[in-house]
Design a protein around this ligand. Structure first.
Ligand code: PEP
Length: 226
């Protein structure tokens, strides 16, 4: 079954030449594969589907250093990650994430809403859903949930080499779909070439958000051919 796999390169690599080389190393896949390079390289990366790692909630004006969803649209960006735990850790609030989501929808860019920041409690389902609820309630208020992709990323699994179990990710994906009417839920957190298949074979996990291993061509190609 065709799933959605999103590569989040974060603040890597350091040169345009390396970024172009990395983009060229992405093989073919039966899945929909989206590459999110750093914003500085967005205009010069050639991939079938381009994504962004973040955006601002206003289209233009006196906002030094920000990136407009309209500029992303002009560059051909089709998906944009928002609410990543690394941005929430820098002070991004649920209200900011909600505003970004609306701005993206107005530009016809699909928001990839990351939830999971604060879920340091482990895999107990009740604790996790309680932590996710305010993030989902705030971002999805007055929104057509069918236009939004949600990525469940438990913060304790991101970049740690300790993924959630596929059973846990599946339970949370089901919760997000049933309670919020979301049609596509991704899992992210220490996905690699070995465990990708296990996540992708779950009924309610519609794809993956991949950080560290999207920078390693062999590993990423294993993931997208899972
Ligand atoms: C991420 O940062 O979104 C992520 C999933 O990272 P990693 O794959 O490195 O855990």
């Amino acid at each position: 079954m065709r799933k959605l796999i999103i590569a989040n390169w974060k603040l890597n690599p350091l040169t345009l030449a390396s970024a172009q080389q990395l983009a060229a190393s992405v093989g073919s896949s039966k899945h929909e594969v989206v590459i999110c390079p750093p914003s500085a390289f967005l205009a010069q990366i050639k991939v079938p589907i381009l994504g962004a790692q973040d955006c601002f909630w206003k289209l233009k004006g006196p906002f030094t250093g920000e990136t407009s969803p309209a500029q992303l649209k002009d560059l051909g960006v089709r998906y944009c990650i928002i609410g990543h735990s690394e941005r929430r850790a820098l002070g991004e609030t649920d209200d900011m994430v909600a505003a970004k989501l609306q701005a993206l929808l107005e530009q016809g860019i699909t928001p990839v809403l990351c939830v999971g920041f604060g879920t340091t409690v482990g895999e107990d389902k009740l604790d996790v859903t309680e932590a996710l609820r305010p993030q989902l309630d705030s971002a999805l208020r007055d929104t057509d949930p069918k236009k939004v992709v949600v990525a469940y990323e438990p913060v304790w699994a991101i970049g740690t080499g300790k993924p959630a179990t596929s059973e846990h990710a599946e339970q949370i994906a089901l919760f997000i779909k049933t309670k919020y009417g979301i049609e596509k839920v991704l899992y992210g957190g220490s996905v690699n070439g070995v465990n990708a298949q296990e996540f992708l074979s779950q009924n309610h996990i519609d794809g993956l958000l991949v950080g560290s291993n999207s920078l390693i061509p062999d590993e990423f190609n294993k993931i997208i051919t899972s």
